[in-house]
Design a protein around this ligand. Structure first.
Ligand SMILES: *[C@@H]1O[C@H](CO)[C@@H](O)[C@H](O)[C@H]1NC(C)=O
Ligand SMILES: *[C@@H]1O[C@H](CO)[C@@H](O)[C@H](O)[C@H]1NC(C)=O
Ligand SMILES: *[C@@H]1O[C@H](CO)[C@@H](O)[C@H](O)[C@H]1NC(C)=O
Length: 195
């Protein structure tokens, strides 16, 4: 019964937030739902992977002996510090940096092992980090990665991330990737937390 009440409260809050978002014409990039001793934060934003040109934020670190002849560029390691924005366009408000490495690690299909830290640079939880790892198979429309922890407001976090490719431009080898992340932490919170 208690769970049901919590659940309907959660539904009501979701409905209110959705209504508020609809009124302003945009979905909030961060929303926190409080449930007793747990807080679940939903993050939604876009990563900008620019691999060439003067504004590049992703760089090749190393190749393996097999990389050049491998159909999946097996063994390639990249490092990045990507801009993360509320909307798909590069010029929209920056709310985080996506910092980490990717390693091509499947001999047969294009897939990367992700080491991804979302460092929030805006909002009530500014300065907190969400850590995401997992297997990212690019041919799949939606890929699921794991939230394995975090720092600051996200200490002891668990959860998951859903990502998909939003757009690609040949010029500067530029990809935009959409991320929706659900992060649950064992902390008390107030609805004021959301921003
Ligand atoms: C690089 O970024 C600057 C500042 O945002 C912008 O004015 C410029 O057009 C960008 N250059 C390219 C090649 O995208
Ligand atoms: C890795 O190989 C690519 C070509 O396959 C090359 O462009 C790049 O410079 C190499 N990276 C390093 C760090 O040697
Ligand atoms: C774009 O970047 C990917 C991944 O780093 C690389 O494999 C590919 O060769 C690049 N393409 C161009 C046209 O530079």
């Amino acid at each position: 019964m208690k769970n049901l009440t919590t659940f309907s409260l959660l539904l009501t809050i979701t409905a209110l937030l959705t209504a508020a978002a609809a009124a302003t014409g945009e979905t909030p990039w961060i929303q926190t739902f409080c449930q007793g001793n747990k807080a679940t934060t939903k993050l939604h934003f876009y990563i900008h992977d620019i691999r060439a040109g003067p504004n590049a934020t992703l760089f090749n670190v190393a190749n393996a002996s097999i990389t050049a002849t491998s159909p999946t560029a097996f063994g390639r390691v990249n490092v990045f510090d990507d801009r993360v924005t509320v909307a798909p366009d590069l010029g929209s408000e920056e709310v985080a940096r996506a910092q980490g490495t990717t390693t091509s690690m499947d001999l047969n299909v294009q897939a990367y092992s992700m080491n991804l830290n979302f460092f929030l640079t805006s909002g009530a939880l500014k300065g907190s980090t969400v850590t995401v790892i997992g297997r990212n198979q690019f041919a799949d429309e939606k890929r699921e990665l794991s939230v394995v922890g975090g720092a600051g407001a996200f200490r002891n976090a668990r959860g998951y991330a859903i990502t998909s490719s939003y757009s690609y431009e040949e010029v500067n080898n530029y990809s935009v990737l959409e991320y929706t992340i659900y992060v649950t932490t064992p902390r008390r919170c107030s609805y004021i937390d959301r921003s």
